[in-house]
Every structure is written in structure tokens, then in C-alpha cells.
Ligand binder design. Structure first.
Ligand SMILES: C[S@@+](CC[C@H](N)C(=O)[O-])C[C@H]1O[C@@H](n2cnc3c(N)ncnc32)[C@H](O)[C@@H]1O
Length: 242
């Protein structure tokens, strides 16, 4: 996917991972490219909060002064994203690309792990089929959380499962039974209560909660039964050892 350069005056489209939160965890390549593109595109929840990915890089963009292009999506998980949202964004992105401007879609962590990057890329390619694309990887939250926990995710020969969210306690228990380590994203209160009350599942002492790894709001909790509502955050995950 590293094919950018000399595409008939059409700008390149970059998927850039900005890492887990600490701007010092941006790669040098991401840092350079972000200062060089004409447009920074990102998804933005409709609840008015600044995009997490943008908040990570805003400080380094002041001198570059790019155009910011927000794709607004519902903050409520139960409201599906209107497909028109992606088409409208693609039209806007393609306008900049056809004017020769490079466009970066930024995402927290890495763009190849549970990110909207491929959704946006697909929509843009439908409008600009001969698009030049480059992906610049970022430090995933999974890696940052493991570093914060002080424990390796897995060691040689062990199995790792990453789940984007819980599809049901049974589903989660199956993953835990079949892996040495399970990482669970999008942790919510309901799930924690269900897990904490299931002593018989033997999870006490085996699940580590990590909130906003690498940031000033980082919180690492080893006894999940002690978690309070205010500890929780969308940007948190559980590392569960079998
Ligand atoms: C849609 S996924 C994005 C994953 C991202 N592409 C990555 O590579 O880390 C969002 C989930 O990532 C996790 N996450 C993102 N940043 C985090 C952080 N700094 N600390 C802990 N978890 C984080 C949370 O579980 C959150 O619900």
C-alpha cells in the first residue's frame, strides 16, 4: 500500500495512526507527514467532544495550519451511521485530492485495527479509483495498555485474542478459555459488573483494566471489582489472563 507519488496531479491519501494518546508516541514518519498534508480528516462524535485522534496531534499542527475535515458520526451506539455520511465525506476528500492536496485520515492507535480508515478509503476510492494510498502504522492501544500494565501480553507460543467488544458473556468466556490472553476493548460498566460478580469464572486477579494508556488520565486497576463508574471511559480496555 506504499504507492504514493506522481499520480497525475492527484493528491495522495494517507491512513495515519496517531498512537494511544501521548503525542511522544507518534512515529517520526507520522509526525513528518502530518505537517506536510493539506487536509486532516477524522471522525467526530456528534456529542461535541473533540476527536480523540485530533486531540493527540493538535499541538503539532499549529504551524502547518491544514484544513480540518470532520466526519460526524452518532455518539449513540444504537444509532447506525447513515451511509450518506461516508459518501459526503468522500466527495469532500476527492475535491481536495483532485486539487493536488494530500489528505490524511487520522485514527487513534493503528489504522489497521478496528478503525474507520478502510470505510473512508472505500468511499474515496469509489470516487477516485486510481487513488495513491499509504498507511502509516501507529502504536496500538493494545500495546500501550500492555506497557502500562507492566506485563507482557503473551510470550513465546502463547495465544492472544483481541475482541472489539462483548457480544455476550458466554462469547467472552469462550475466548478466555481458548486463549492465554484476551484483550477486550470498549469496556462498559455492565460488563465489569457481570465479570466481577462471577467469582466462579475465576477471573479475580486475572483481569487488568487500563484506561487511557499513555495519557495523564491513565489508570491501571488490577482488581476490577474495585472499579467505580468514574474510572470508566470509552478509551479503556481489559487484559484478561487465563
Ligand atoms: C475503535 S477501537 C480503536 C482501536 C485503535 N485503532 C488501536 O489501534 O488502538 C477503540 C477502542 O480502543 C481502545 N483504546 C483506544 N485508545 C486507548 C487507550 N489510550 N487506552 C486504553 N484503551 C484504548 C478502547 O478499548 C476503545 O474502546
Amino acid at each position: 500500500m506504499t504507492t504514493i507519488g506522481g499520480n497525475n496531479g492527484i493528491g495522495g491519501f494517507y491512513g495515519i495512526g496517531v498512537g494511544p494518546g501521548d503525542p511522544e508516541l507518534l512515529t517520526i514518519k507520522a509526525h513528518k507527514k502530518l505537517q506536510d498534508v493539506a487536509v486532516i480528516c477524522f471522525t467526530q462524535l456528534d456529542d461535541g467532544q473533540e476527536s480523540y485522534a485530533l486531540s493527540v496531534v493538535r499541538g503539532i499542527l499549529e504551524a502547518a495550519n491544514p484544513v480540518f475535515l470532520a466526519i460526524t458520526i452518532p455518539s449513540d451506539d444504537d444509532t447506525p451511521i447513515d451511509p450518506q455520511t461516508w459518501d459526503d465525506a468522500a466527495q469532500e476528500v476527492s475535491r481536495h485530492l483532485r486539487n493536488g492536496g494530500d489528505v490524511a485520515f487520522i485514527t487513534e492507535g493503528d489504522p489497521m485495527l478496528y478503525s474507520e480508515f478502510f470505510q473512508v478509503l472505500g468511499s474515496v476510492k469509489a470516487v477516485v479509483p486510481d487513488l495513491d494510498v499509504e498507511v502509516i502504522p501507529g502504536v496500538s492501544s493494545v500495546m500501550a495498555a500492555a506497557a502500562s500494565s507492566g506485563m507482557p501480553l503473551v510470550t513465546h507460543g502463547q495465544r492472544l485474542t483481541i475482541l472489539p467488544r462483548v457480544y455476550g458473556i458466554d462469547d467472552l468466556m469462550e475466548a478466555i478459555a481458548n486463549s492465554d490472553t484476551t484483550v477486550l476493548m470498549e469496556v462498559d460498566r455492565e460488563l465489569l459488573q457481570a465479570l466481577a460478580s462471577r467469582e466462579k469464572l475465576g477471573l479475580s486477579g486475572k483481569a487488568t483494566f487500563v484506561r487511557q494508556a499513555s495519557t495523564a488520565r491513565e489508570n491501571v486497576v488490577e482488581d476490577i471489582s474495585k472499579l467505580e463508574a468514574e474510572d470508566l471511559d470509552y478509551f479503556s480496555l481489559l487484559i484478561i489472563k487465563r
